[in-house]
Every structure is written in C-alpha cells, then in structure tokens.
Design a protein around this ligand. Structure first.
Ligand code: DNO
Length: 383
C-alpha cells in the first residue's frame, strides 16, 4: 500500500518537511480554504499539487471534496451544485489528482463524545459513549421523539448522567460532538458559530421526510451524474463509511455494513464508484466483521483508512491499537489484493507533547507517526 498522511494544508502545524522525514510518500488533503459548494479552480488545484511535489511527495488523495447537504437531501439547487462538483472533479483530473474521498452522511460527519479519553499508560484516545451521546440528543438538542431511539439500558445511563451533569459538562459534549470534530473537516459547524446547537437543529430539519431509501436514491442520482466526468478523467470516487455505522439523531445512514456497501456499488456499477475502506468506522459497528469485509471489498477499494475500534458493552466504542490482530489481517489482505492502494493511519493516540500542540482531534503527530511506523512494519512483513 502507498503510505499517505492526511495533511490540512499550509496552516497545518505538521509541515510537509516533517512528513517527508518520516517516510510519507503521498499526501491526502483538500482545498480547505474554499467553502463547500464552490468550484475548485484548476489554478488552485495546481498550486496545491505543485506545493506537495516541491516537497518530494505527490497529492495522492483528495479528502474530501465535500458533497453539499442540498445534494444529499435533494434541495432545489442540487443540480447546480452537482455541476460545480463536476467542474471541480474535471480540474482535479486535469491536474492528475485522481482519487477522491467523500461521504454521504447527513448533517454530521464522524461523531465522538470524548476526544481525550485516558489510557492507563498516560496517552489518550477518542471515545464514543452512547449514554453521553443520547444525553446530548435528548437533553441538549431536545430532539422531538429522541427517547424512542434508545433502549431502556441507555435511557437509564442518561438518567444517571443527568444527576451529575453541569453546564461545563454540557458545553464539552456540544464541543466534542458537533464542533471540534467538524470544522476542520469542512463540516457544517465550526468554532466560529455562536449558537452551534440551534444551527444544528436547523440543519436536522432539512432532512424531515428523508429516510434511508430516499437518501440512497439521492446518492445514486449524484453518482450517476458525476460518472461521465470520472470516466473521462479516470477519477476514482470512494465513499467513506458512516462513523459510527448506524443511524444517529434521527438521521438515516446508508454506508454502515456489508449490505449497504453492496447496495451502493450495485446501484452505480462502474469501477470509478468505489469505497474508502475505513477499517475504523466499519469496526465500530458490532454487526461488522471487518476482516471479512476487507476480503470482500479490497478490490473495490480506492483508499484505505488503517485504524480499528473495539466495541464495548452498552454501545460504546474506543479506538484500538494499530497492532490489533484484526488490523494486521486487514493489511495482509490489502497487500495481496490491492497492493498499490493509498492508505493512511487515522485517529491515533495523543502522546508525548501532542496534547499541547492543538492538533485537530484524532490527528496527532507522535501518535500517528508511531502508528505509521507500526503499519509500515506490518506491511513489510506481509509482502
Ligand atoms: C474523520 C474522517 C472523516 C472523513 C470524511 C470523508 O476523521 O475520517 O471526516 O474525512 O467523512 O468525507
């Protein structure tokens, strides 16, 4: 697999020079300064490509060219937005950047409740606590009918959490769930928003009446519309699985399991319609056997996210070690079935001085560097 690294552009505290030193071959990035829904001009694309190449690496993957909400819920301007998306794709193609990761998650990209969950050895990890998540849904967002989406055991946890919850604790949950994990991935909410919860409620309303079938239809509509450009420039689209892989906050999610993956691949049967095999997101669902999925979909994968989660009782999950035997097996499968696929490590621990640097959540330097070294070793052993 090609060793890549997600880099957030010239403002990233981790520089291209640093990445070159630690053996990174390809860069995964986006034009983060261009707002969602606007065209990425050829000039801007070439500027980014040239900057990366001047540092001895290549722009391997775009993560992400964001799909506007209106394309997901089929708003009045979706065709106009799809046209702009096609223009951006064509410009990427002309510049030779040919792997494009995106997601089709309504409103919220990935979700975690804790960005700093302590490990026994002094490092910290990302963590998803279903009780806290349900608390956010029921008592902060106050979503109508939210209680009905949780089982009795989770509601009991919510009641317990409520006994000791403070205004600071609520602010932390809002920050973790809808602010700190979203802005830097060009999501809907950023640190500049004064009332993120109200903004979030307004966004949820856009999906009134959109169920999983409708969302699937909208995804197929989008893919069918862009496939001619993908074929012309040989661009591989790769959808990121939903993280966590289950419906949340009353929103449908349609890339959560084997059947979902099969469904979107079958809906638009073109080799340019593929998957970002995020072993981490898929393994966060107790329904998924991530090794089996790797075996099944390695050849339809255009990009791999190498990390893995451990599911815990009560619907919680936490990021696990990059040397988890399941992940080693996933790497072995890719080394055999799709050896040139770009891969990046993801969501590594915060360790050493990472915590003081203000890195984006899940994107530490030392933690990811250690993980990359570990995976590099696994790759060498699996050749
Ligand atoms: C989180 C990331 C996601 C991913 C997008 C792709 O760490 O894996 O934000 O980039 O879902 O569109």
């Amino acid at each position: 697999m090609e060793k890549t690294w997600r880099w957030f552009g010239p403002n990233d505290k981790i520089t291209l020079d640093m990445l070159r030193q630690i053996g990174v071959e390809g860069i995964v990035t986006a034009l983060h300064h261009i707002p969602n829904g606007e065209v990425w001009s050829l000039e801007e694309v070439e500027k980014m490509r040239d900057l990366i190449e001047a540092h001895g690496m290549r722009w391997s993957v775009v993560e992400s060219l964001p799909v506007s909400e209106s394309i997901k819920y089929a708003g009045a301007d979706r065709d106009e937005l799809i046209e702009r998306y096609k223009e951006s794709l064509a410009n990427l193609g002309k510049a030779g950047v040919k792997t494009v990761c995106y997601n089709f998650m309504p409103v919220l990209d990935w979700a975690r409740t804790d960005l700093d969950y302590p490990n026994p050895n002094g490092t910290t990890n990302l963590y998803f606590n279903l009780g806290e998540f349900a608390y956010f849904d029921i008592h902060i967002l106050k979503r109508e009918g939210a209680e009905a989406d949780y089982d009795a055991a989770t509601l009991e946890r919510v009641a317990k959490i409520r006994e000791t919850m403070t205004p600071e604790g609520e602010k932390r949950l809002v920050d973790n769930i809808i602010v700190k994990t979203q802005g830097f991935v060009n999501g809907n909410i950023s640190e500049a928003d004064l009332d993120p919860v109200q903004k979030f409620r307004d966004l949820l309303k856009l999906y009134d009446g959109i169920d999983a079938d409708k969302l699937r239809e909208n995804m197929a509509y989008f893919l069918n519309a862009i496939m001619p450009v993908c074929r012309e420039y040989d661009i591989n689209m790769c959808v990121h699985p939903d993280d966590p892989p289950r419906p949340i906050l009353g929103l449908p999610r349609i890339v959560t399991c084997d059947a979902d993956i099969k469904a979107f691949l079958d809906a638009v049967p073109d080799k340019h319609n593929g998957l970002t095999f995020c072993a981490g997101s898929l393994s966060a669902g107790a329904q998924n056997d991530v090794v089996e999925l790797a075996r099944k979909y390695a050849k339809r994968t255009h990009f791999a996210h190498i990390r893995i989660c451990k599911t815990l009782p009560g619907g919680d999950f936490k990021e696990s070690s990059h040397l988890d035997p399941r992940l080693i097996e996933v790497v072995r499968i890719f080394q055999k079935e799709n050896p040139d696929v770009p891969m990046r490590v993801d969501h590594a621990e915060l360790m050493l001085d990472d915590g003081e640097k203000g890195y984006n959540a899940g994107y530490s330097f030392h933690g990811r560097m250690l993980a990359l070294g570990q995976i590099e070793g696994v790759m060498a052993a699996c050749k």
